[in-house]
Design a protein around this ligand. Structure first.
Ligand SMILES: O=C(O)c1ccccc1N[C@@H]1O[C@H](COP(=O)(O)O)[C@@H](O)[C@H]1O
Length: 212
């Protein structure tokens, strides 16, 4: 299972979190977020990382040109679209950045809203489901109603996000089987400052599950 830790701002934390077992690190490229990082900050955080770690830039409602420039200059391997991007936008981005993984995030409001994801299947590589918040785009710490996802089996691989913590992750995984999990505020001291003890506890709990 892929494990993404998102909202990294400090290079020394990116190395430590990768060593603890993360398969992907996320960098917030949304200027209104308290976890926002510049291209230079992403470059610094990515430089010491092993090649096999996915480096995911999180964008929302911005231009193809800006995403392309950020990816090319910083060395990101994946783009997460966390706004209201349409399928055509995802296709255009895919054509602009061949070889870069396109992850479309959905802030799920209802079971009916989940049906929208099918419209994207030909234009993206991976889905991500986050909780809906009326004022904030992401990093809210709100959980989804996991029971709503028990029958969810899209044609693309998918990440579960939204309010996951070391304490609730095993409950979530006992109910649903995503291809990956994504944690941000649930492993933080403050926005952008990860709590390495909590990250270590997350991986200890995941190991317990895989061994038990
Ligand atoms: O984290 C942010 O500040 C952020 C800002 C804008 C868009 C997305 C953002 N984060 C994403 O939110 C989810 C879940 O976060 P949490 O675990 O509930 O805190 C995650 O996918 C982040 O990539």
């Amino acid at each position: 299972m892929r494990v993404k830790i998102c909202g990294i701002t400090q290079p020394q934390q990116s190395v430590a979190i990768a060593s603890l077992g993360a398969t992907a690190l996320g960098f917030i490229c949304v200027p209104t977020s308290p976890r926002y990082v510049t291209i230079a900050q992403i470059q610094a955080a990515i430089a010491p990382l092993p090649k096999n770690i996915d480096k995911i830039g999180v964008f929302a409602n911005t231009s193809i040109a800006l995403i392309e420039q950020t990816v090319v200059e910083s060395g990101l391997t994946s783009v997460q679209l966390h706004g209201n991007e349409l399928p055509e936008f995802c296709l255009e981005l895919r054509q602009a950045l061949p070889g870069v993984e396109i992850i479309k995030a959905f802030r799920v409001r209802s079971r009916e809203h989940l049906q929208q994801v099918a419209e994207y299947s030909n234009y993206i590589d991976t889905l991500l489901l986050d909780a809906y918040h009326p004022q904030q785009l992401g990093g809210t710490g709100q959980t989804l109603d996991w029971t709503m996802l028990q029958q969810f089996s899209p044609s693309s691989p998918w990440f579960l996000a939204g309010g996951l913590t070391p304490d609730n992750i095993l409950d979530a995984l006992s109910m649903i089987r995503p291809d990956g999990i994504d944690l941000s505020s649930g492993v933080e001291n403050a926005p952008g400052d990860k709590d390495l003890h909590r990250v270590a506890r997350l991986f200890a709990n995941l190991r317990m599950k895989s061994e038990g």
